[in-house]
Write a protein that binds this ligand. Structure first.
Ligand code: ADA
Length: 530
């Protein structure tokens, strides 16, 4: 088995103003004084002991980074929150310096994937798990497990690095045969059990090759669409879920296992069956917990209202395709993920966006044909790319944005939802695709009981109306509420609509204190989901 090289969790940190300190990793340098809300370059350094071929793996950092090994640049990362892996020769000496320079300044160029107008705060630092391991002469580079839930089997695809050798396959501890890296091979699961939100059964895969070992959990489940509906393991699925930003007031984007587990338990216990990981790839920790709890996940790459000059920019397209590949390759074996997404509210109302959307769809389908492809649009009937994806997802804010009403009006929400679904059902090119409401919501403050906009009552009425509409509609595949918790935003043009520097549409506030809208659950869902 290959050796993990010990990384000290406390790194030497220096900022571009010349100051220095020690900071923990995972962590965000711009969450605590003296660097709170500062933007610039922060260098994380430590000495490590190793030699020969090594693999450096990181699950996400921000907003961009350059990695140096003994003062030589070995890698540049431009996509925040996106996992990456690099294999390199550490050299013959046994003492080395690893330096990671994280830059949280915002690059406002068309090719940039984190822009100043985004409706969420872009934190800096190494905020997800980072590991370094010594590579043996043969090592596992990529393993994809495609489940066949009908037959209780899996198709294995393995890519090796170094010298090729025979691979021994074990499922749930039982030796099931051998394979080589050049073939995709099917293996029967000895005692197959289905994975579903009600019964999230996980099997174990172990691969041995030379001295390297790969271990992973997987689930047997099938996701597909027919006649405008989504089916999970052959059963009609109605999605009732939440969008969630991976952020806490005290740790920012460096979310701990305890925090994640508490959030996902809350969401599961409230009766929701899905989380949209808005608007960036989810951490392996989050996906592990969702696998265990039986929560479905929509995993998407970083993006937010990217304009046409980005969508038609070849470097932006390359970054997005690369981000998709890295997200999919690192998360492909998680049964919780049923949908891959991209371009949240991008300029898909322009015909010129089709090329970018098509490239992204193709990138996904080349790597993984077993899941659904979608993007969340804010353009409703005016979107010109809806025919390219498997599931049509509308972000819509009836009763919140626009209008001059003070008190909640059911018809505003219901009419909009009817209109969007009617449009798809009556469009020959789209009518066989399921329709999801991927965002809907209102903002509120705990303690405002004025019943007006921004009050807990208004928020709860809107959520109740939208969820009940979806539950009762035969043409709705479901609804994902915006959003689970309040999320911090940067100072930008939107700040006048973001009191306290927060997007306040959380069903719970940033500390997870429940608002009235949260307290509707799980009762509102009881016996109503098909
Ligand atoms: C959009 C966007 C979200 C959030 C939301 C809002 O739909 O996708 O990230 O910004 O609007 O609160 O206005």
């Amino acid at each position: 088995m290959s050796d993990k090289i010990l990384l000290n969790p406390l790194w030497d940190f220096s900022f571009e103003d010349g100051s220095s300190t020690k900071l923990p990793v995972p962590g965000c340098f711009d969450i605590a004084e003296p660097y709170r809300f500062r933007r610039g370059k922060g260098s994380y350094t430590q000495n490590v002991k190793c030699s020969g071929m090594v693999e450096l793996k990181c699950d996400g950092l921000g907003l961009r980074a350059e990695i140096f090994w003994d003062n030589k640049k070995i890698y540049s990362e431009v996509s925040a929150y996106t996992p990456f892996k690099i294999c390199f020769d550490a050299g013959e000496n046994t003492e080395h310096e690893l330096k990671i320079v994280c830059d949280n300044t915002i690059e406002d160029t068309p090719e940039s994937e984190f822009r100043s107008f985004y409706d969420f705060y872009g934190f800096g630092g190494i905020y997800r798990e980072i590991t370094l391991r010594q590579l043996p002469s043969t090592y596992f580079d990529y393993v994809r497990i495609l489940p066949d839930a009908d037959n209780g089997s899996i198709e294995l695809h393995v890519e090796l690095g170094g010298v090729f050798r025979e691979i021994n396959v074990f499922i749930d501890g039982i030796h099931c045969g051998t394979m080589s890296a050049s073939e995709d091979k099917n293996f029967q699961v000895p005692s197959p059990l289905l994975w579903s939100p009600d019964t999230p059964h996980l099997h174990n895969l172990r691969l041995d090759c030379g001295t390297d070992r790969y271990e992973c959990r997987f689930g047997l489940r099938k996701i597909e669409t027919h006649n405008g509906q989504i089916y999970l393991n052959g059963q009609n699925l109605k999605i009732i879920g939440v969008n969630r930003h991976d952020v806490f007031p005290d740790t920012a984007a460096a979310v701990t296992k305890e925090q994640l587990y508490a959030d996902l338990q809350m969401i599961k216990n409230a009766g929701f069956n899905m989380i949209r990981g808005s608007h960036y790839p989810q951490s392996q920790m989050m996906l592990d917990i969702a696998d265990e709890l039986g929560l479905l996940v929509w995993d998407e790459i970083l993006g937010w209202e990217n304009p046409l000059d980005s969508l038609t920019n070849s470097e932006f397209q390359r970054r997005q395709c690369d981000g998709l590949k890295r997200m999919i390759k690192s998360a492909v074996n998680h049964p919780c993920i049923i949908m891959w997404g991209f371009l949240n509210e991008g300029a898909t109302n322009d015909i010129a966006a089709r090329d970018c959307v098509l490239k992204l769809c193709n990138t996904i389908r080349e790597l993984d044909k077993s899941r659904l492809v979608t993007f969340a649009t804010m353009f409703g009937e005016q979107d010109l790319c809806l025919d390219l994806v498997d599931v049509i997802s509308f972000n819509t804010y009836p009763g919140w944005y626009g209008g001059t009403h003070t008190f909640f009006k059911k018809s505003i929400v219901e009419d909009k939802l009817e209109e969007l679904h009617y449009f798809v059902c009556n469009n020959p090119a789209l009518k066989d695709k399921p329709v999801l409401i991927s965002e809907i919501g209102a903002a509120s403050f705990i303690g405002d009981h004025s019943k007006r906009r921004w009050s807990e009552e208004y928020h709860a009425q809107l959520v109740k109306c939208a969820v009940e509409w979806s539950i009762n509609s035969a043409v709705s595949s479901g609804i994902l509420l915006w959003q689970f918790c309040n999320s911090p935003v940067d100072d930008n043009l939107r700040i006048m609509m973001r009191p306290r520097g927060y997007n306040n549409k959380g069903l719970v506030d940033e500390y997870r204190n429940p608002k009235q809208a949260w307290k509707l659950f799980p009762d509102i869902l009881k016996n109503k989901l098909r």
